[in-house]
Ligand binder design. Structure first.
Ligand code: GLC
Length: 734
C-alpha cells in the first residue's frame, strides 16, 4: 500500500474514532456536572447513606440477628440493598428510595455467580472449557436474566487463584493458574457489563475477593493470608488486575488479612495499588460485615475505629454492618475523617448509578413483562447446555468404551446424585436450585430403560442394597455411576481436611466393575477430589463438576458422543491430601532431583498429582509436531512459536493447545513452567492446523520483589502440548 494511502487510511481511522471518544468525554462531563450539583445539595447524613448497603431476603453471611434496615431507605440512609430480586420486589424498595428528600436511586446487588434463574456450570467447571467465548456467553446470560429481575450488580466474578482444594470456594473461581485466571476474569467482566451499563441486559461486575483470599493458611476459609509481595504479584494479582483493566465497575474487599492487615482496612491494596497505581475509578464494597469484623481481627478497637480504618484505606461501601452509619458523621465532626474521603467514596458510587441510567429512570430494570420474557427462556437453556457440554472433562476411556452406542437400551443407573436437582446446580446458586434436568431425567427422555438404585446413602456415604445394585448391573447393557460429593460440600465455609471420595462409594464402583459390565463413572464435584481406587479400576471416568440447569442433557450429549468432550482441568487433582496446597508452577528448589532422597519429595506419598493442570482427553486423538521458534520483527513481539497439531483419530474433536514458558535463569527464583498461551481448535479427522503463539513481554516477564514488572535477557524454554506434563520444548535466547 502506498505511503500516502497508509497516511490517509490512518487519518480516516482517527477521524472515525474521534466522535466516540468525544462522545465519551461529553458524557463524562455531563455526569460530572450532574453529580457535583447533586453532591452540593446532599447533607453529610445523606452522603453517609450512600456508603451503606443492607441485606433483605436471605442472608449470605452471619446474620447476627440484625434487624431490617429497609425502613431507612425512604430516609435516604441506605444506598444499596443485596439479596432482593424481582421486578416487583425491587420496584417496591426503589419507590421507597424515591420518597427520600433527594430521591437518589438504590442499586440492587446479588451473588449471580453462575446464572440467575437458568443455572450454568459452577465457575470452576466453566473454566475447564478453556473456551472464553462460552464463559463470556454464560456471564452475558446471567446478566440478561439478573437485569430482567431488577438487579443492577452481581458480586462476581470471583477471581481468587487457589492452590488448595481443601478450601471450599475453589469451586467459585477459575482454578490455579494466574494467566488463565486473568483471561477468564476479563471474559466474565465483558459478559456481565457489555459496553454499556445503561443497557437493561447488563449489570455491574464485582472483582472479588481482593486480595489473596484463595490462599488461606491450611485451606481454612477466612484464615490469614501471608505471602511475599513477589508471590502475590506473580501468582495471585494478575486476575484482579485483569478485572480492573477490563473495566469492572466494582471490587470487593476480602475477609482475610493480607500481610497482617485486614483487606477491608488495607490501604496498600485498596488505595495505593487498586485506585492509585491501577487507576480504578469504580467503587469498593466490603464483604459481608468485614468492616465490623476488623474488631474480630483485633485490628480495630471498636466500630468507630473500624469505620475510620476502612474509609481511610479506601473502602467505599459497607456491606451489612453499620460502622459507617453509626460513626462516620461523628468522625467527620471530630476532624478524624476528612470530607474529601467521604466525597470521594460518594462520588464513586453515584457515578455508577449514573452509568446504570438510574437517574434517568430509577425503574428501568423493574419491568415485569421483560422479566417474564427473558428469564428461563429457551435461549438461556440452549446457552446453558452449550457451556455445560464444554465444561465436562474426560479423564479416562479405556477400550474406547465411550461414546456409548445408540444400540444401548438398558442402563443401570447408580447413585443418588443422579437424581438430585439440588446438587446438580452446585453451590452459590441464585434462584434456580430446583430447575435442573437430572441425569435420570435426561436418560429417560432419551427413551432408555433405566433401572435406578441408590447404591450408597447420600449423607452417610454407606453402601446400600449392594446385592440389588449388582443384580441391576448384571442385567444392563451399561452401568453409569454418579459418584462424588454434595453440592454443599463446596462453596463458602466448606473447607475440608480430607477431600477423598468416600471409601464406600469407591468400593461400590469396584464391585460394579467386577460384574464385567462396562462401567462409566461420572465424578460430580465442586473441587479436585481424591479417588485413587476408582481411578485405577474404572474403565471410563468423566468429571462433570456441577453443570447447572441443563446438566443431565449435557452429560448425555457427551456420553453418546453428540458432543465430543473437550474440557481440560483448570486445577491439579492431588493423589493425596498431603500434597496440598498443590500447583504445577512449583519452583526448582536447590534439590529438585538429588539422588538418594536428598530432594523435595515425600517418603510416604507420591509427589506427582493424580491428574495434572490442563489434562483432559477426547474421543479422538491428537499429535503434536516439534515446536518451532522464529524471531519476530513485529513491534513488541520477540518471537513466534509454532506447532502443528493433527487429529489422528476418526472423530472430529477440539483440542486446547497449551504454551508453557520457563525462564532458565532470572534475578528471582521462577517456576519450572507457567502457562503463557492457549488456543482451543477444532479439527476434523486427519486435519492438521499450525497454531501460533506470539512471544511478548507478557510471556517472558515477571514481577520482582518490589512488584516491578521485568523482562530479562537470557535463555528461555518454550513448551507446547496437551497438558502441563505432556510437552515438547524448544530453546530460545532473548
Ligand atoms: C459472602 C461472600 C461474598 C458474597 C457476599 C454477599 O459472605 O464472601 O463472596 O458476595 O457475602 O453475599
Amino acid at each position: 500500500m502506498k505511503k500516502q494511502t497508509i497516511i490517509t487510511f490512518i487519518l480516516a481511522i482517527i477521524a472515525f474514532s474521534l466522535p466516540s471518544a468525544n462522545a465519551t468525554k461529553k458524557q463524562d462531563k455531563e455526569m460530572d456536572r450532574f453529580i457535583s450539583s447533586l453532591m452540593k445539595r446532599m447533607t453529610l447524613e445523606e452522603k453517609i447513606g450512600q456508603l451503606s448497603q443492607c441485606s433483605e431476603g436471605y442472608a449470605t453471611g452471619p446474620d447476627n440477628s440484625r434487624i431490617s434496615r429497609a425502613p431507612l431507605v425512604s430516609e435516604g440512609k441506605i444506598g444499596s440493598m443485596l439479596n432482593v430480586s424481582g421486578a416487583t420486589e425491587t420496584r417496591k424498595f426503589q419507590e421507597a428510595a424515591m420518597q427520600s428528600r433527594l430521591g437518589i436511586p438504590l442499586i440492587f446487588g446479588m451473588d449471580v455467580i453462575h446464572g440467575f434463574r437458568t443455572g450454568f456450570p459452577i465457575p470452576l467447571g466453566e473454566a475447564a472449557s478453556f473456551d472464553l467465548d462460552a464463559i463470556e456467553m454464560s456471564a452475558r446470560c446471567s446478566a440478561r436474566e439478573a437485569a430482567a429481575a431488577g438487579l443492577h450488580w452481581t458480586f462476581a466474578p470471583m477471581v481468587d487463584v487457589s492452590w488448595d482444594a481443601r478450601w471450599g470456594r475453589v469451586m467459585e473461581g477459575a482454578g490455579e493458574d494466574p494467566f488463565y485466571g486473568a483471561k477468564v476474569a476479563a471474559a466474565r467482566v465483558r459478559g456481565l457489563q457489555g459496553d454499556n451499563l445503561a443497557d437493561t441486559a447488563t449489570i455491574m461486575a464485582c472483582i472479588k475477593h481482593f486480595g489473596g483470599y484463595g490462599a488461606p493458611m491450611a485451606g481454612k476459609d477466612y484464615n490469614s493470608v501471608d505471602m511475599s509481595m513477589g508471590q502475590f504479584a506473580n501468582f495471585y494479582m494478575p486476575p484482579y488486575k485483569a478485572g480492573a483493566d477490563a473495566g469492572a465497575a466494582t471490587f470487593m474487599s476480602a475477609f482475610n488479612d493480607f500481610n497482617n492487615i485486614p483487606c477491608t482496612g488495607n490501604t496498600f491494596l485498596l488505595r495505593d495499588l487498586l485506585k492509585n497505581k491501577w487507576g480504578f475509578d469504580g467503587f469498593v464494597v466490603s464483604d459481608w460485615g468485614s468492616v465490623e469484623e476488623m474488631i474480630n481481627h483485633r485490628y480495630a478497637a471498636d466500630h468507630a475505629d473500624a469505620a475510620l480504618k476502612a474509609i481511610t484505606a479506601g473502602l467505599d461501601m459497607e456491606m451489612v454492618s453499620e460502622c459507617y452509619t453509626d460513626n462516620l458523621a461523628r468522625l467527620v465532626k471530630d476532624g478524624k475523617v476528612s470530607m474529601k474521603l467521604i466525597d470521594d467514596a460518594v462520588r464513586r458510587i453515584l457515578e455508577q448509578k449514573y452509568r446504570l441510567g438510574l437517574f434517568d429512570d430509577p425503574y428501568r430494570y423493574c419491568d415485569e413483562n421483560r422479566e417474564k420474557e427473558i428469564i428461563n427462556s429457551r435461549q438461556s437453556h440452549d446457552e446453558a447446555r452449550h457451556v455445560a457440554q464444554r465444561s465436562i472433562v474426560l479423564l479416562k476411556n479405556q477400550y474406547d468404551i465411550l461414546p456409548l452406542s445408540t444400540d444401548i437400551r438398558k442402563v443401570a443407573l447408580v447413585g443418588p446424585l443422579a437424581k438430585s436437582q439440588r446438587d446438580m446446580c452446585g453451590s452459590w446458586t441464585c434462584a434456580y436450585t430446583n430447575t435442573a434436568v437430572t441425569l435420570y431425567d435426561a436418560l429417560k427422555s432419551r427413551g432408555l430403560e433405566v433401572d435406578y438404585n441408590d447404591g450408597y446413602d447420600i449423607d452417610s456415604n454407606n453402601i446400600s442394597n449392594l446385592g440389588q445394585t449388582l443384580a441391576s448391573a448384571r442385567n444392563a447393557d451399561v452401568v453409569i455411576v454418579a459418584m462424588g460429593e454434595r453440592a454443599s460440600d463446596t462453596g463458602e465455609m466448606a473447607s475440608k481436611g480430607d477431600i477423598s471420595i468416600s471409601a464406600d462409594q469407591q468400593r461400590l464402583v469396584s464391585e460394579l466393575v467386577k460384574t464385567g459390565k462396562p462401567v462409566i463413572v461420572l465424578l460430580m464435584c465442586g473441587r479436585p477430589v481424591i479417588f485413587n481406587q476408582v481411578r485405577e479400576e474404572a474403565p471410563a471416568i468423566l468429571c462433570t463438576w456441577w453443570l447447572g440447569t441443563e446438566a443431565g442433557n449435557a452429560i448425555c450429549d457427551v456420553l453418546w458422543g453428540d458432543y465430543n468432550p473437550s474440557g481440560k482441568l483448570p486445577v491439579s487433582f492431588p493423589a493425596h491430601n498431603g500434597q496440598l496446597p498443590l500447583n504445577y508452577q512449583y519452583k526448582s528448589t536447590g534439590r529438585p532431583t538429588a539422588k538418594g532422597g536428598w530432594c523435595t519429595t515425600y517418603r510416604d506419598i507420591p509427589t506427582a498429582p493424580a491428574y495434572p493442570f490442563g489434562y483432559g482427553l477426547s474421543y479422538t486423538t491428537f499429535s503434536y509436531s516439534e515446536p518451532n521458534v522464529t524471531p519476530s520483527a513485529k513491534p513488541g513481539e520477540y518471537a513466534v512459536v509454532t506447532v502443528d497439531v493433527t487429529n489422528t483419530g476418526k472423530r472430529p474433536g477440539e483440542e486446547v493447545v497449551q504454551l508453557y514458558v520457563r525462564d532458565e535463569v532470572a534475578s528471582v527464583t521462577r517456576p519450572i513452567k507457567e502457562l503463557k498461551g492457549f488456543e482451543k481448535i477444532a479439527l476434523a479427522p486427519g486435519e492438521t492446523r499450525t497454531v501460533t503463539f506470539p512471544i511478548t513481554d507478557a510471556q517472558l516477564g515477571f514481577y520482582d520483589n518490589d512488584m516491578k514488572y521485568r523482562v530479562e535477557k537470557g535463555d528461555f524454554t518454550f513448551m507446547v502440548g496437551t497438558d502441563s506434563s505432556s510437552l515438547k520444548s524448544v530453546k530460545f535466547t532473548l
